[in-house]
Design a protein around this ligand. Structure first.
Ligand code: NAD
Length: 258
């Protein structure tokens, strides 16, 4: 039996990178997925690539739009789908050091990466009240835990995502709602491609410093996502799972490599 055949998933940021990898994995495992993204073309490309026993529908929308939760609910009603998983994956990355980050930039990061995720999570727990529970999976980052370089606003938002994950897990476990997160390391996607191209040393440093000596792929993150939203993870909540090839563990080479 497919691992997610009992899951109906709302997935934001489904039009690219990690979200596309998640959509592919979820559909392969038999889930119904409503992919939400700003990019209609990106969603169409994702739809063209999904293969499996699941079903993929799309909704073009901006996660920062306060009415988006209503639009999602109304689309789900039209489809006659009862959702039981929310994957808050849409996000923006990059930025600079705190001293160079103005209020407008900071607020943009907070709007997309925190406020939108909070608002959709609120809609989910309220929609699921008395319906037997559900799962919220947030895409955090390794920057939720460690500093790397020049990403002050981004790190602020991703630490908030890990904090909200713990807090909502604490508050809603009693209703059968699990709240978990993923913390990807460097994953090659359109989000990171430009930076990797302009600063190739970043990729190499990541490889040199990772115990597993490689950068990640969207499929690496999707595999973690499939597990965390599935019933196999039914005793896991509040956790932000690092999927980073061990990069955040340490920085030293083995003695025989030094
Ligand atoms: P990506 O840029 O390839 O994809 C992000 C998707 O989100 C795009 O399709 C984009 O259109 C959509 N999106 C952005 N803003 C939106 C909005 N306001 N409303 C609706 N959709 C919106 O990026 P990715 O690398 O796949 O990143 C996905 C998530 O993973 C993000 O939350 C990011 O912070 C996180 N992450 C990525 C990495 C990495 O190395 N790529 C590492 C850690 C965490």
């Amino acid at each position: 039996m497919s691992r997610l055949s009992n899951k109906t998933i709302v997935l934001t940021g489904a039009g690219s990178g990690i979200g596309r990898g998640m959509a592919e994995g979820f559909i392969r495992e038999g889930a119904k997925v409503l992919g939400v993204d700003l990019s209609e073309a990106g969603l169409a490309e994702t739809a063209a690539g999904v293969v499996g026993s699941g079903q993929f529908e799309v909704l073009v929308g901006d996660v920062t739009e306060p009415k988006l939760p209503d639009a999602i609910q109304s689309r789900l009603s039209d489809l006659d789908w009862n959702w039981n998983v929310l994957c808050n994956n849409a996000g923006i990355g990059g930025g600079g050091m705190a001293g160079d980050c103005d209020d407008a930039t900071l607020n943009r990061y907070l709007d997309v990466n925190v406020t939108a995720l909070f608002r959709l999570s609120r809609a989910a727990v309220n929609a699921w009240k008395g319906k037997g529970g559900g799962v919220i999976l947030n895409t955090a980052s390794i920057y939720s835990f460690i500093g790397a370089t020049g990403s002050a606003a981004y790190s602020t938002t991703k630490a908030a995502v890990a904090g909200l994950t713990r807090q909502m897990a604490t508050d809603y476990g009693v209703e059968g709602i699990r709240v978990v997160a993923l913390a990807p390391g460097l994953i090659e996607t359109p989000l990171t491609a430009a930076r990797i191209r302009s600063e190739p040393w970043r990729r190499q440093i990541f490889i040199d410093q990772s115990p597993l000596r490689r950068v990640g792929t969207p499929a690496d993150i999707a595999n973690g996502a499939i597990f965390l939203v599935s019933d196999e993870a039914s005793f896991i909540t509040g956790e932000t799972l690092r999927i980073d090839g061990g990069w955040s563990l340490g920085r030293y080479p083995r003695p025989d490599e030094a």
